[in-house]
Design a protein around this ligand. Structure first.
Ligand code: NAD
Length: 249
C-alpha cells in the first residue's frame, strides 16, 4: 500500500518496540521517516536495520532531547529545512514505572511527566506552525489503556497518559481550523521488550484477562497509527483509539 506516499513523518521513540513498528509500517506505505532515539547510536542502529531490509526506505535518525523544547524545535526545524515540510508527528517515546505511592520518589514523577507529556506539547508547538503553513497535518500521540481507568500503583504513568489524552482532545479542537488532525492510540498490553521478559505464568494471566485472547503485537498498534495518519481518517480528530483486545472493560 502507499497510504502515506510523499508524506514526511517524525516519529519519537522509533528505535524499538511499538515505535519501530510504526516507522516500519510508515516506510512500507512510502512515507519519508525521521525516527528519534534517546541516543545517536540507537537511532542509527534502527536506521541501519531498516535500510538493510530495504535500501529504498527513506529513513534517517535523530536524537533530540525530547524533554527540552529548544532541542525539539531545532530537530523539527531541521526536518523542515531538509524536506520542506512535515506532515505527520508521532509522539511515541515514553517511560513507565509502577512503584507504590509510599515509595514513590517525587523526582521520578517529574521525569515521567517531562518525557510522556511535555514532549507531546513540545513537538506540537514546534511542528504545528509548519503544518499550518503547508495546509495541514496530523499529530498522533501514544496513550495507554491505563488512561481509561488508571492503574493500582505507579500513579505517574497513568497520570501522564490522562494528560496525553487531554492534549489530544484540546489540540484537536484548537487546530481543526488549520486542517491539523490530532488523535491518540491507546494500546493495551503489547509484546515489546518489557512484556516479553515477563514470566510465562504472568503472560498467561494477562492473556486470560483479554477478551480477544491474546497480547497485542507492535504491528497491531502500528496499524492503528497508519490508519489515523492516512487520508482514510480524514474526518477523525480528537479520538483516543483503544487497541487492546477489549481489555479495558
Ligand atoms: P519501549 O521501551 O520498547 O520503547 C520506548 C521508546 O522510547 C524507545 O524507542 C526509546 O528510545 C524511547 N525513549 C525512552 N526514553 C527516552 C528518552 N528519555 N528520550 C527519548 N526517547 C526515549 O516501549 P514500548 O513498549 O514500545 O512503548 C512505546 C509507547 O507505547 C510508550 O509511550 C508507552 O507508554 C506506550 N504503551 C506501551 C504499552 C506496552 O504494553 N508496551 C502499552 C500501552 C502504551
Amino acid at each position: 500500500m502507499e497510504l502515506l506516499k510523499d508524506q514526511v513523518a517524525f516519529v519519537t521513540g522509533g528505535t524499538r518496540g511499538i515505535g519501530y513498528a510504526i516507522v516500519h509500517t510508515f516506510l512500507e506505505n512510502k512515507a519519508k521517516v525521521v525516527l528519534c532515539g534517546s541516543r545517536p547510536e540507537t537511532a542509527q542502529k534502527a536506521v541501519d536495520a531498516l535500510k538493510a531490509e530495504n535500501r529504498a526506505f527513506e529513513v534517517e535518525g535523530m536524537s533530540p532531547d525530547l524533554t527540552d523544547y529548544a532541542s525539539v524545535k531545532k530537530a523539527i526545524n531541521e526536518v523542515k529545512a531538509k524536506y520542506g515540510r512535515i506532515d505527520v508527528v508521532v509522539n511515541n517515546a515514553g517511560i513507565s514505572a509502577s512503584e507504590p505511592l509510599y515509595n514513590y520518589d517525587p523526582k521520578n514523577f517529574d521525569k515521567i511527566m517531562l518525557l510522556n507529556v511535555n514532549s507531546c506539547f513540545y513537538t506540537a508547538r514546534a511542528a504545528a506552525p509548519i503544518m499550518k503553513e503547508n495546509g495541514g497535518g496530523v499529530i498522533l500521540n501514544t496513550s495507554s489503556m491505563v488512561s481509561i481507568y488508571g492503574q493500582p500503583a505507579g500513579v505517574g504513568y497513568p497520570a501522564s497518559k490522562f494528560a496525553v489524552n487531554g492534549i489530544t482532545k484540546s489540540l484537536a479542537r484548537e487546530l481543526a481550523k488549520d486542517r491539523i488532525r490530532v488523535n491518540a492510540v491507546a494500546p493495551g498490553v503489547t509484546d515489546t521488550d518489557m512484556v516479553s521478559a515477563l514470566p510465562e505464568q504472568t503472560r498467561q494471566y494477562i492473556t486470560s484477562t483479554i477478551p480477544l485472547g491474546r497480547i497485542g503485537t507492535p504491528q497491531d498498534i502500528a496499524n492503528a497509527f497508519l490508519f489515523l495518519a492516512s487520508p482514510l481518517a480524514s474526518y477523525i480528530t480528537g479520538e483516543i483509539l483503544s487497541v487492546d483486545g477489549c481489555a479495558r472493560t
